[in-house]
Write a protein that binds this ligand. Structure first.
Ligand code: DBV
Length: 248
């Protein structure tokens, strides 16, 4: 069992038990992809698998799971709400590289500068954030331009011990996911045209930003080539722009 498999299993089982899930199509050739990292005797097989679901309020629930031995493990898990809800994104980037673990978990806001929005979606989870932050201190340096996409409850940490990932990070991941599903349960459809257009704009901005700045681009390109990597990023991981183009 690799480091992030229990996270993925928990997320899928929890979403399946709490929501009415359907599958979300994964473009053919991207469900599972084998590759090799490193050179000579340091060669290491790497497998990237993808998962996709949706529900009535959630446009896309998707995961990318990269398994390449003890020093390359990634679970990138993102939930993109339907465009007629003001829900935040659920975002988890759980990354293990030769240098250590890098953990990002958040409910990423549509409108980070809006006080009413923070009151609705960040304030209620601040106690949960503070309790986990006692075990998972702030991870330091962070790309400045990414800040607008995170909430005050952003857990960003770089644990040195793998055991901390298996216990404390796992607990935080489970709590954030359940709190997110609580918001989903309570969310009601937005009908106001102005609000709908603001949501669309914020969703596009987020999805485009993440596609453009995907920190995994280098790794995916080295593993599988740039054609595969770009198609994976734009055709599955951050596909909003493509999906909108189809319906335009
Ligand atoms: N990150 C992804 C996807 C991944 C992925 C789809 C399929 O968005 C993995 C895999 N993240 C991944 C890898 C690294 C990071 C790092 C492999 C290491 C890159 C490297 O060091 O080579 C949060 N992820 C990071 C970093 C941050 C995040 C801040 C460090 C990047 C850096 O130091 O430059 N999650 C990431 C992020 C947003 C987010 C920037 C922005 C909205 O939600």
């Amino acid at each position: 069992m690799t480091l992030y498999q229990p996270f993925l299993d928990y997320a899928i089982a929890t979403l399946q038990s709490r929501l009415d899930l359907e599958s979300y199509p994964i473009p053919s050739g991207f469900e599972s992809k084998a590759g090799v990292m490193g050179k000579g005797k340091n060669q290491q097989p790497v497998l990237t698998t993808s998962y996709g679901f949706k529900s009535d309020k959630l446009r896309q629930i998707r995961a990318a799971h990269v398994q390449g031995g003890n020093s390359l493990q990634v679970l990138n898990f993102v939930i993109f709400p339907a465009l007629n809800y003001d829900l935040p994104f659920f975002g988890a980037d759980l990354v293990t590289l030769p240098g250590g673990h890098l953990i990002a978990i958040d409910m990423q806001p549509l409108f980070s500068q809006n006080e009413a929005y923070q009151t609705k979606y960040s304030q209620p989870i601040m106690p949960m954030f503070h309790s986990h932050q006692q075990d998972l201190p702030w991870g330091g340096d962070f790309p400045e331009e990414a800040k607008q996409y995170f909430s005050p409850a952003f857990l960003w940490t770089r644990p040195t011990a793998t055991e901390v990932v298996e216990t404390k990070v796992f607990a935080a991941f489970c709590d954030y996911l359940n709190a997110y599903i609580n918001f989903v349960d309570r969310a009601t459809e937005v009908e106001d045209r102005q609000q709908l257009s603001a949501i669309l704009k914020a969703q596009k901005s987020y999805s485009d930003y993440r596609a453009e700045k995907d920190p995994a681009r280098g790794m995916l390109t080295r593993l599988y080539g740039s054609e595969w990597a770009e198609e994976y990023i734009h055709g599955f991981l951050f596909d909003l722009e493509r999906k909108l183009a189809l319906t335009a």
